[in-house]
Structures are given as structure tokens and as C-alpha cells.
Design a binder for this molecule. Structure first.
Ligand SMILES: Cc1cc2nc3c(=O)[nH]c(=O)nc-3n(C[C@H](O)[C@H](O)[C@H](O)COP(=O)(O)OP(=O)(O)OC[C@H]3O[C@@H](n4cnc5c(N)ncnc54)[C@H](O)[C@@H]3O)c2cc1C
Length: 357
């Protein structure tokens, strides 16, 4: 019998680990626990579903040959057990088990592991302001949020959208809403667009074609409330009130570290799970990768939270190789990002002066 490898989280880091491990080790018993219903989807293209550049949502969840990357696919093609609708509730390190809740029938089981991998990802930040629970206010992170946004644009005849946060997801979405004729206003607390990526001089250059395309950029403005009866009708900032039938809150994400913290694993200074250069946590039988795991900046050596799909996939590959005994080192990240906006594409490596090393 092969070693029992339990993986929590079934998107980028988790599924990359599972698939790579299967390629390397035909005997390993690989089980993925995922609380959602979809696995192995590509979130990076989600904004392009809004502007119909990606016409069919299946493109995010299917292989290029059109086969769904679902539970059956992973079982039949790769010999990997994927349990969707299952939530890992507790890691019992002494017994080397994970307490798992089947959300479909409320059954709780203890699942044993030889090696455990945490690929629990991140959760979008919500704005703690009055009216935050009104209908029509969305994050744009999980697949169901993306589908809901798309559906509501037509169902609610959305003509005005406010995007809170001018990071790369906010700016990519600004382009897509603009493309389908929705009036876009972006509200950003800092003095520039893409504040983590660009310094002021470059951000001002990049903002010119964006504004020329008709996108309102309200910089150095703080969102203080959402207004409306049942459904959002306006966004109040500290300087103005903006009409909106829909709001996208894209103000960043936080790593999902609760399971790790409760199990006594070390959390790093960035707030993500501390890992060594082999992607092992403070318990060497437990690896962590993707958005939940801390990264080292390759220039400064600083411990940073750098949630990127590209990084999550690299982590997954290295974790699988190290489970096979290779002990490959992950050198860290440079903080490279690219963003397409109307009339301009911006990219940077190592971040802006304020956010970089
Ligand atoms: C709109 C959008 C655009 C993006 N664009 C880019 C881009 O251009 N380039 C780029 O590099 N990255 C991009 N990203 C980021 C990228 O998608 C993430 O960095 C990547 O998905 C992280 O993968 P992950 O496996 O670490 O975590 P996730 O994708 O968050 O997956 C973690 C999974 O773990 C599950 N989980 C958590 N806790 C438990 C538990 N206790 N039990 C069971 N399951 C659990 C969650 O349900 C989730 O499905 C984008 C993201 C979005 C939303």
C-alpha cells in the first residue's frame, strides 16, 4: 500500500499537488477534501466572462478537449479521490487524522494521513461599512459569485457599477464592464490605480487611457456606506455619492489559516502559514501551498503574503516532488504582476516602492 496523502483544498495548489504526485507515485493513496462543489478551476480568467471574452463558464472548469475536471474525471483518469462538499474541521496532529464533515449528509469522519497538504486558499475581505449586506454587492472571488454577477447584470438591468478597489481584479473588471456598455466608477483609497504594482508616476500614465475610455477613477476616496432599499442603489464615499445598481468589492484577500492555527502550526509575520523552503509547515508531515502559505521575497528576503495562481501551481509541484523525497527548494517570489486595462497594459516586478521590498 502506498502512503496516504490527504489534501485540503481542491483548486490550484491542492489539485496541482494531487496530479503531480500521481504522475510521480502510482501507489500513493491521494484524497482531496474540498468544501465547494467545483475543483481545479482557473479563476484568473473570471473577469473575461463578464465582457463575453470567455463565452462559456465551462472553459474555466473543463479540459481544452471539453471534458469536465470533476470528481469522476480525477477518479477515472488520475486515480485521485476528490470529496466535494466536504469540509475539514480539525487537524489532529498527534493521531495524524483530519476531522471531516460531509456537508451533504452531516456525517463526520476521521480521515488518517501519512502526509497532509494544506491548500486552503484565501477569502476576500468584506468592507465593514453600513449597507454592506445589501443585494447587488459582491466580491468577485468564488465561482458562484462570478455567475451571480453575470446573471444580475441582465436581470437587474445594471447600467452603473461601482468597483471598490483599483487592484488588478478591480481594474480588469473595469475594462470588462466598460466593454459591455456599463458605466464604471472605481473608488480607491490610495492615490493611484494598481497601488501594489505601480508607483505614482507609472500609475498616472496608465490611468490616462483608462479615464479616456470613460471609466471614472475616484482616487484617495474612502467608501463609507452603501445605500439602497433591499438592493444597492448608491455608494457613498467621503467625497460624493455615486449611483450604482451593482457594486464589486475587490479590496484584497486574507489567507485561510484557521485550521492550521488551531492545530498549533506556526503562522508567519505576513499572517499566512509559515513554511520552510521545502513548503513544510512547522510540523514536517504537513505541507502548505498556494494562497494560504507564506512566501519569501527573493530580493529582500521578507516574508510576504503573495496570493497568485501562478505561485500556487509552483508550490503544488514542489510539494508533490518533496512528498516523493526529492527535497526541492522553493526560492520564493519576485512579486510580478500584469494587468490589461482599456488602451494600456501594465506590468511590474517586485511591486511598487510602497509595497515592494
Ligand atoms: C478574478 C480573479 C482573477 C485572478 N487573476 C489571477 C491572475 O491573473 N494571475 C494569478 O496568478 N492569479 C490570479 N488570481 C488568483 C488565483 O486564482 C489564486 O491565487 C489561486 O486560485 C490560489 O489557489 P489556491 O489553491 O491556493 O486557493 P483557492 O483557489 O482559494 O482554493 C482553495 C480551496 O480550498 C477550499 N477550502 C478552504 N478551506 C477548506 C476546508 N476547511 N475544507 C475543505 N476545503 C477547504 C476552498 O473551498 C477553496 O476551493 C485571480 C483570482 C481571481 C478570483
Amino acid at each position: 500500500m502506498g502512503k496516504k496523502v490527504l489534501i485540503i483544498g481542491g483548486v490550484a495548489a491542492g489539485m496541482k499537488t494531487a496530479s503531480r504526485l500521481r504522475r510521480r507515485d502510482k501507489d500513493a493513496e491521494i484524497t482531496v477534501i474540498e468544501r465547494g462543489e467545483l475543483v481545479s478551476y482557473g479563476a484568473c480568467g473570471f473577469p473575461y466572462y463578464i465582457g463575453d471574452e470567455v463565452k462559456n463558464f465551462n472553459e474555466f472548469t473543463h479540459t481544452p478537449q471539453g471534458i469536465a475536471r470533476d470528481v469522476d474525471y480525477f477518479k477515472k483518469v488520475k486515480g485521485i479521490d476528490v470529496l466535494t462538499g466536504h469540509e475539514a474541521q480539525k487537524i489532529n496532529r498527534a493521531a495524524k487524522t483530519v476531522t471531516v464533515l460531509n456537508r451533504k449528509n452531516s456525517e463526520v469522519t476521521e480521515m488518517p494521513y501519512d502526509v497532509l497538504v494544506l491548500g486552503t486558499g484565501a477569502t476576500p475581505v468584506r468592507l465593514p461599512v453600513p449597507g454592506a449586506d445589501l443585494e447587488g454587492i459582491h466580491n468577485f472571488w468564488f465561482p458562484w459569485e462570478v455567475l451571480k454577477v453575470k446573471e444580475e447584470i441582465t436581470a437587474n438591468n445594471v447600467t452603473d457599477v461601482v468597483i471598490v478597489g483599483a487592484g488588478f481584479i478591480g481594474m480588469e473588471l473595469a475594462e470588462e464592464f466598460n466593454k459591455i456598455g456599463v458605466k464604471v466608477s472605481v473608488v480607491e483609497m490610495q492615490n493611484r490605480i494598481l497601488p501594489q504594482m505601480l508607483d505614482l508616476e507609472m500609475a498616472e500614465l496608465a490611468a490616462k487611457p483608462v479615464a479616456a475610455a470613460g471609466i471614472n477613477l475616484y482616487l484617495e476616496e474612502k467608501t463609507v456606506a452603501f445605500e439602497g432599499e433591499g438592493r444597492v442603489a448608491a455608494v457613498k464615499t467621503d467625497k460624493r455619492t455615486i449611483t450604482a445598481q451593482m457594486v464589486i468589492v475587490a479590496v484584497g484577500v486574507r489567507p485561510n489559516v484557521e485550521l492550521a492555527r488551531e492545530a498549533g502550526l506556526a503562522i508567519g509575520p505576513s499572517g499566512a502559514i509559515a513554511v520552510n523552503e521545502y513548503m513544510q509547515t512547522s510540523d514536517l508531515c504537513i505541507y502548505a501551498g498556494g494562497d494560504c502559505a507564506e512566501n519569501t521575497h527573493r530580493v529582500s528576503g521578507a516574508k510576504i503574503f503573495a496570493p497568485m495562481g501562478s505561485t500556487a501551481n509552483k508550490h503544488g509541484r514542489i510539494i508533490a516532488d518533496n512528498i516523493c523525497g526529492d527535497m526541492v527548494k522553493y526560492p520564493g517570489v519576485l512579486g510580478t504582476g500584469l494587468c490589461r486595462m482599456p488602451g494600456v497594459e501594465a506590468g511590474s516586478t517586485s511591486g511598487s516602492r510602497q509595497h515592494g521590498p
